[in-house]
Write a new protein. Structure first.
Lengths: 117, 115
């Protein structure tokens, strides 16, 4: 079984400041890791993912996340946030060895990123 | 337009009534999923389907029924709605299931209120 912990339910930050959203996972096997973003009144959208290879992955809108196997973490960072980044962010984990269905994809409870002008 | 659409966007129903939430995708993805989103619980899987005529329970299936007679449609039925089923429901699809690294594509959700 695997699990995801997003320690912060809300993260307030001023515009143009850096931000880090924390994600820790628990799994006894190798993992695939994802960050999804949910803007108000919308569904979730994939922000970035780690499957293999380089441990640092980037999104097209300036976010990046680093897979740290020793610390079982996949924290999301952005050096300078914008008002438009206000959203709910979900970390998710699955494994190449899972059954193949959604029972292998586990979501964290989400972090609400609040950008203050 | 290609994508995944849910209907209705908003629904108010009374306790005990049957209600069906619709989900349609145009990608011909094999996998489809229903989640509910509640404050403090994040996303919880209700049911999923690996292909037409193949469905399986998720984390919180009680009180819900699904069917998948066609690849593109995956309706979710609440047989006798209860107040605890007041939630936002999301449908999603995936090319090959989360376990193979394929991302999920979500609809915009249905906000259901049971009075």
């Amino acid at each position: 079984a695997q699990s995801v912990t997003q320690l912060d339910s809300q993260v307030p930050v001023f515009e143009e400041a850096p931000v880090e959203l924390r994600c820790n996972y628990s799994s006894s096997v190798s993992v695939y890791l994802f960050w999804y973003v949910q803007y108000p009144n919308q569904g979730l959208q994939l922000l970035l993912k780690y499957l293999s290879g380089s441990t640092l992955v980037e999104s097209i809108n300036g976010f990046e996340a680093e897979f740290n196997k020793s610390q079982t973490s996949f924290h999301l960072r952005k050096p300078s946030v914008h008002i438009s980044d206000t959203a709910e962010y979900f970390c998710a984990v699955t494994s190449p060895y899972s059954g193949g269905g959604a029972d292998g994809l586990t979501f964290g409870k989400g972090t609400h990123l609040i950008i203050q002008p | 337009d290609a994508g995944i659409t849910q209907s209705p966007r908003y629904k108010i129903t009374e306790t005990g009534r049957q209600v069906t939430l619709m989900c349609h995708q145009t990608w011909s993805h094999s996998y489809m999923f229903w989640y509910r989103q509640d404050l403090g619980h994040g996303l919880r899987l209700i049911y999923y389907s690996a292909a037409a005529d193949i469905t399986d329970k998720g984390e919180v299936p009680d009180g819900y029924v699904v069917s998948r007679s066609k690849t593109e449609n995956f309706p979710l039925t609440l047989e006798s709605a209860t107040r605890s089923q007041t939630s936002v429901y999301f449908c999603a699809s995936s090319e090959s299931g989360g376990a193979r690294g394929s991302p999920l594509h979500f609809g915009n959700g249905t906000r259901l209120t049971v009075t």
